[in-house]
Design a protein around this ligand. Structure first.
Ligand code: ADP
Ligand code: MG
Length: 257
């Protein structure tokens, strides 16, 4: 199987600081990959290089076989790379359906084309379809976001990304501030995305969540990728050792060669 996303020798500097230091990684269509590391390890910077927020100084990014250069986040989104940040970027005063269509509202002709109005029925119907596809249930799609729980908001953000044809989903700390039951639901949703062929890169501090949901784990430490393991072949103690720099596979390689 070809990787959906390939990152090669990526370098991102901020002045004298190397936030991402020659990182390479591959993401395949059928997997959930955890991206972990201590604070300031470079996780968010790496993700922002992939999603067009930052421009790396060195290295290449390939998506679905083609080298890509995203000058703006909207370019990454149009290519099918959706990033869900912690703030979710939802409008609290709008309802579920309006949020799924936010910025890309569907209009219809009214009075023989004299007036264009929002096609609420179409948007409600389409929202319902995408929510059903992900097995997400709301008692009403005209509820405002401000009345939803944290997990439900996360679900709306995911549904919006799916409706707009996400091919790869990147999620930064999606289970932060959620109760146990809601965490479980978001993790289930991540599996559902993967099972529909949408790989997920999950950034998380919560190792139990990472172990519950990922197929593979990549650890960053001070900008370097220090290891990459199949989740079934490692454990939290070992991952923590990599996170704090006590273990480092790159060091091992340079010592043995
Ligand atoms: N916009 C920026 N300007 C300067 N330094 C930054 C910027 N963004 C991140 N950094 C620095 O880059 C390093 C990696 O940060 P970050 O990618 O946010 O790490 P993480 O997400 O793993 O906590 C940190 O030392 C951080 O201070
Ligand atoms: Mg971060």
């Amino acid at each position: 199987m070809e990787p959906m996303l390939s990152v090669r020798n990526l370098v991102k500097r901020f002045g004298g600081l190397v936030a991402v230091n020659h990182v390479s990684l591959d993401i395949y269509p059928d997997e959930v990959v955890g991206l972990v590391g201590d604070n300031a390890a470079g996780k968010s910077t790496l993700i922002k290089c992939i999603s067009g927020v930052y421009h790396p100084e060195e290295g290449e990014i390939y998506f679905e076989g083609k080298q890509i250069f995203f000058s703006r986040p909207i370019d990454a989104r149009e290519a099918g790379i959706e990033t869900i940040y912690q703030d979710l970027a939802l409008a609290n005063n709008l309802n579920v359906s309006a949020n799924i269509f936010m910025g890309r509202e569907v209009k219809k002709n009214y009075l023989g084309g004299l007036v264009r109005v929002l096609d609420e029925d179409y948007m409600l119907d389409a929202s319902k379809k995408v929510l059903d596809q992900l097995d997400i249930r709301f008692s009403s799609l005209v509820q405002k976001i401000e009345n939803l729980s944290g997990g439900q908001r996360q679900a709306v953000a995911i549904a919006r990304a799916m409706y707009w044809n996400a091919r790869l989903m990147i999620m930064d700390e999606p289970t932060n501030n959620l109760g146990v039951v809601e965490q479980r639901k978001v993790l289930d949703l991540i599996h559902r995305l993967r099972d529909q062929g949408v790989p997920v890169i999950l950034i998380s501090h919560t190792l139990p969540d990472v172990f519950a949901v990922t197929d593979r784990i990549i650890v960053l430490h001070r900008g370097h990728k220090v290891t990459e393991k199949r989740t079934s072949e490692t454990n939290s103690q070992e991952i923590v050792q990599y996170m704090v720099g006590a273990l480092d596979d790159t060091r091992l390689e340079s010592e043995t060669t």
